[in-house]
Design a protein around this ligand. Structure first.
Ligand code: FEO
Length: 389
């Protein structure tokens, strides 16, 4: 396997996981990649590694450039095992290499691999001279885990951003200008909505701390490298981290006998009558990680469930648990649902959305099967509520 040179003396030496379809609950129909980068100057540094089963791919790509034994530094930007999993194999191939990590990174590595290794601790602003190239570091805790940092190669304006700006996308292309931009942005938005969203405050701080850098290339740890659309992805992250949303309604629901679905359609009609486009997601047919892609950019989040056994349908409960943990902000929520006798589901949906920090509209509920007159009243009521939003 060959390395791909992304800049003079800088090579992509990662692995493509064409078969990944689930990343701890995140549906990944387009697979992923684990990006490791080799920086060859007088000294040689490897930025991150790959998931353990792909260690041979990485080592063979490194060997297409240099003998892996020549690696002087192994920079660990993130301990999660999709990036650190091949460290034991790398250290076996490069026994004189020094691991470079922040304090939380070193601790995390020791707690994962339970072995000794030489480590150079770095903090924000520290530099590592490679002779002709200089790496510097910015710690970005909780831009997924406490151990995250990014590395910057000043001479090349190259930011190794780890999880930030990544996408779960398997491809033989390596750059953003080799694929349709809309497709790459869609995967970047899905990645943000499912991995990064929960840490939006820290991502905003991390973006501020690298704002002064001259960035020509962003090389994340998943997916393609940004070289032609750096301002575009930075602008998108700026919008996402500040919760700038579009006036669009997501109608997310499951249904038992069709009544909650009738409410869903009626609520969507009401939004459209007010000039707000709607998108419908029946959770029997749409994976929750895809819904989260849409939540990143939508202002109105309407969630519906009938009452079953005094509770929610499990699909809706799973979505709400996922949503609450990812905690998008500055959204308007609407709970709706049908019931036969007890009717707890609508209040339970409302509680989840309120706990997520949403501003709530009055809930909408119906008993058994709504007739046209009831649906007209629901439509009018939602339109009335929307006038104030
Ligand atoms: Fe791609 Fe948080 O690891």
């Amino acid at each position: 396997m060959k390395a791909h040179e992304i800049k003079d003396g800088v090579y992509w030496v990662g692995a493509v996981d064409w078969n990944l379809r689930n990343f701890h609950g995140y549906d990944t129909p387009r697979g992923s990649s684990y990006n490791a980068y080799l920086v060859v100057a007088e000294k040689v540094a490897l930025i991150d590694t790959v998931k353990a089963p792909f260690a041979d791919d990485m080592l063979s790509r490194i060997a297409s450039v240099i003998d892996p034994a020549r690696i002087d530094y192994l920079v660990c930007n993130h301990v999660e095992m999709d990036h650190s999993g091949a460290i034991p194999r790398l250290l076996a191939a490069a026994p004189q290499a020094t691991v470079v990590a922040c304090a939380a990174g070193e601790k995390g590595l020791r707690e994962h691999y339970h072995r000794d290794f030489p480590c150079r601790l770095v903090k924000s602003g520290d530099r590592l001279e490679l002779g002709g190239k200089t790496l510097s570091f910015v710690t970005t805790p909780m831009v997924h885990w406490p151990d995250n940092m990014v590395s910057y190669l000043a001479e090349d304006g190259l930011l190794f951003s780890n999880d930030a700006f990544g996408q779960h996308y398997a491809s033989s292309e390596r750059f953003d200008d080799e694929l349709p931009l809309q497709l790459v942005l869609e995967e970047a938005q899905k990645y943000y909505g499912n991995i990064v969203l929960s840490y939006q405050v820290m991502v905003g701080k991390a973006m501020a701390s690298v704002a002064g850098l001259n960035i020509d290339i962003i090389a994340p740890s998943h997916g393609i490298v940004w070289r032609s659309h750096v301002p575009v992805i930075l602008e998108h992250y700026g919008r996402w981290t500040s919760n700038q949303t579009e006036p669009r309604a997501l109608i997310i629901y499951d249904t038992m006998w069709g009544s909650t679905e009738k409410l869903a359609r009626t609520i969507g009609d009401a939004f459209e009558n007010c000039g707000i486009p709607s998108r419908y997601f029946n959770l029997q047919h749409t994976h929750i990680s895809h819904v989260m892609t849409e939540v990143v950019a939508a202002r109105y989040i309407c969630v519906g469930s009938p009452t079953m056994n005094n509770s929610l349908l499990p699909s809706v409960a799973a979505f709400l648990t996922y949503l609450k943990a990812l905690s998008p902000k500055k959204r308007v929520g609407l709970a709706f649902g049908s019931y036969g006798w007890s009717g707890q589901s609508v209040d339970q949906v409302g509680e989840y959305l309120r706990d997520s920090g949403f501003e709530m509209m009055e809930p909408v509920r119906t008993k058994y099967i709504p007739d046209e007159e009831t649906l007209s009243k629901v439509r009018a009521e939602v339109e009335r509520m929307l006038e104030g939003k």
